[in-house]
Design a binder for this molecule. Structure first.
Ligand code: ATP
Ligand code: MG
Length: 636
């Protein structure tokens, strides 16, 4: 295990102070815990205007050497990856560090055999099976840049991403299982490539369902056939610290997805550091992150972070509600999961399914719980803490972004004080600030503003692929000299951060500014409510009015009564000024594939402007939008 664990609140204070006073010395020492083929000659060069950020300059390493080779001696027989299939009756897979090492080396040789080389971009469109993790690592091993695209996206979305990245190959499977459904993945890839993806020369297909698929002569090959022809060893490509490791497109909650670029050295250092410290991982722990590898969370905390620390990581092919809503809890008991990391959207849907599902499992092995992706409302936090963690497991609410590469603001499990709906304190090395509209830093506590970061950290994005200007525009132009997160936050009287939502979503009612998360939190406290989304709309008197879309557990038979309860809940939690002006009951909310609410669509509905809903290709279920548009017509 690496020697950079923080084990007490006092140590956090000291470490944090050091990381701010001497960031370079601080990260230098941490980076030295990793294996480098050649040391760096300069720790950091940066400016936030162009922007340009470089860490561990001149250093040479390979992240897979640190994830695999380095562990072989001590942990060769330790489990690296446990894979649980979609269908609980199917056999699971367990790979030791040595086995994973061999599989990655072989896959890397398959890539080489197919002409893929360092610097090439490779799109990965695969189900949550071991070969997905292996494919990611195989790319990193030879220095090819992986671009994982969630295998639920449409052919159009996949084609957009392949083209944007100029991918030379697509790694995929014949089909996939997701709950009760089976999806012909290879067919989607064929359709996507037919949309003008001329850069793609190879498609490597993993057999998952045993389906017959269309194989294009000279372009498509089966993985199992290719594996017959390759050797067991593939030396890790020496990578420059600032060489590209991967491109990952953001989830598209706010607009067209951006191809966020991460580089080798800094990402590696930060992924390993934050995994160990945020979760307080211990050597014998089984760690389970439920995120799909198609999201940044799956990159950093399903694959890289755990493997860098020699941990056992669990990968789950299925969904939380199949065959029933007890699936997560059953898997936790089956493998004795110690640390569990999931998203508020999953927690809320399991809450709605009733307590019986969770109460029939022991969950004794759990020690730490984590949440990521959205603000976790108080009610969900409490449910998670009481019914899953049995009030003995700390729940850490981890705030970060695709662009940040790793967790930025979070409690350290079991060390920091917890406060529901608050992410908490910055991790060492992270210097968050709150700015006012004029770009001035707001000092002190009990304040609120635009959440920015004033000093670089190793795993921050370097650019948006193929369009550096977009990177500058999006993140570095609103506030000169700062990285702007796009989120608003509050610092409470004790200096703990609370994310109040995206700043585009802030609602200004008669001069009072509200974050969407704050109002939704209050609405969700209402017993009958499962989840909600609020947006602002033009209001003659108040400037903006509050429009709430509410999902209830049971169909609403007496809307006036439920509305009154909701309003009462908001008035009690925040005050009269925040009471929703309009409430619409809906059966579901428009969400991205990663489970985030697309408020920009709801805003259009609330404004009554549905002519142009913007990019909706990353929506999970477009049908729900039609229902909402229909329903909006009768809202008073
Ligand atoms: P896009 O940038 O394309 O709109 P996105 O921002 O949803 O997509 P991600 O990078 O996956 O894509 O998500 C990061 C955002 O998720 C953060 O900026 C924040 O708004 C939200 N978020 C993540 N974790 C938390 C958390 N613990 N608490 C509050 N918000 C969170
Ligand atoms: Mg974003």
């Amino acid at each position: 295990m690496m020697n950079f664990r923080i084990s007490s609140p006092e140590q956090y204070e000291v470490t944090y102070r050091r990381s701010v006073e001497d960031p370079e010395g601080f990260w230098d020492q941490i980076a030295k815990e990793y294996h480098w083929f050649e040391p760096w000659h300069k720790t950091l060069e940066w400016e936030f205007y162009t922007p340009s950020v470089k860490w561990f300059i001149g250093g040479k390493t390979n992240i897979t050497y640190n994830c695999l080779d380095r562990h072989l001696k001590k942990r060769g027989n330790k489990l690296a990856l446990i894979w649980e299939p979609n269908d609980p009756k199917e056999k699971f897979v367990r790979l030791t560090y040595r086995e994973l090492y061999e599989r990655v080396n072989q896959y890397a040789n398959v890539l080489k055999r197919n002409g893929i080389k360092k610097g090439d971009r490779v799109a990965i469109y695969m189900p949550m099976i071991p070969e997905l993790a292996i494919a990611v690592l195989a790319c990193a091993r030879i220095g090819a840049v992986h671009s994982v695209v969630f295998a639920g996206f449409s052919a159009v979305s996949l084609a957009d991403r392949i083209k944007d990245a100029g991918a030379v190959a697509v790694l995929t499977s014949d089909g996939l299982n997701r709950g009760a459904k089976q999806i012909p993945v290879k067919r989607v890839v064929d359709e996507a490539i037919a949309m003008g993806c001329d850069t793609v020369k190879r498609v490597i297909v993993t057999e998952r369902l045993g389906w017959a698929v269309n194989m294009v002569e000279g372009r498509d090959v089966w993985l199992h056939e290719e594996l017959q022809h390759v050797g067991k060893e593939c030396p890790p490509e020496p990578m420059d610290s600032e060489d590209m490791l991967f491109i990952l497109y953001t989830s598209g909650s706010t607009g067209k997805p951006k191809g966020v670029v991460h580089t080798v050295g800094g990402y590696m250092v930060y992924a390993g550091y934050t995994f160990l410290n945020a979760f307080q991982y211990e050597e014998s722990d089984v760690f389970w992150c439920t995120a799909d590898v198609g999201w940044i969370t799956g990159h950093t905390y399903l694959i890289y972070g755990p493997l860098l620390n020699g941990a056992t990581t669990l990968m789950f092919e299925g969904v939380p509600t199949y065959p029933d809503a007890g699936r997560f809890w059953q898997v936790i008991d089956k493998y004795g999961v110690n640390i569990f990391y999931t998203a508020p959207t999953a927690i809320r849907s399991l809450m709605a399914a009733g307590l019986d599902h969770v109460l029939s499992y022991s969950l004794d092995s759990l020690r730490v719980l984590g949440s990521v992706g959205e603000p976790i409302n108080e009610e969900a936090w409490n449910w998670y803490h009481i019914h899953v963690g049995k009030e003995r497991c700390p729940v850490i609410d981890t705030w970060w972004q695709t662009e940040t590469g790793g967790i930025m603001i979070s409690a350290l499990a079991g060390i920091s004080k917890l406060k529901p709906a608050h992410a908490g304190q910055p991790l060492p090395g992270i210097q968050p600030v709150l700015l006012d509209a004029d770009g001035r830093e707001i000092e002190g506590n009990d304040v609120e503003g635009y959440l920015c970061i004033k000093h670089p950290w190793p795993s921050m994005l370097r650019t948006t692929f193929g369009d550096h200007e977009r990177c500058r525009q999006t993140y570095f132009s609103a506030f000169k000299g700062y990285y702007f997160t796009g989120d608003g936050a509050r610092r409470d009287e004790n200096g703990l951060y609370r994310i109040i939502g995206r700043v585009d979503d802030v609602i200004n009612v008669s001069g009072h500014r509200f974050g969407t998360a704050e109002i939704e939190n209050a609405i969700n406290l209402c017993k009958k409510v499962v989840e909600s989304a609020v947006v602002g709309y033009p209001h003659e008197i108040k400037g903006q009015g509050i429009y709430a879309f509410v999902v209830t557990a049971e169909p609403v038979t007496n809307p006036d009564l439920v509305e009154a309860e909701i309003i009462e809940s908001v008035v009690a939690a925040i005050g009269k000024i925040a009471r929703p002006d309009k409430i619409q009951f809906v059966s579901g909310l428009p969400k991205t594939r990663s489970g985030k609410i697309m408020r920009r669509i709801l805003r259009k509905v609330a404004e009554g402007d549905i002519s142009n809903l913007g990019d909706t290709t990353t929506l999970l279920d477009p049908a729900v939008v039609d229902e909402i548009i229909e329903g909006a017509k009768t809202v008073k």
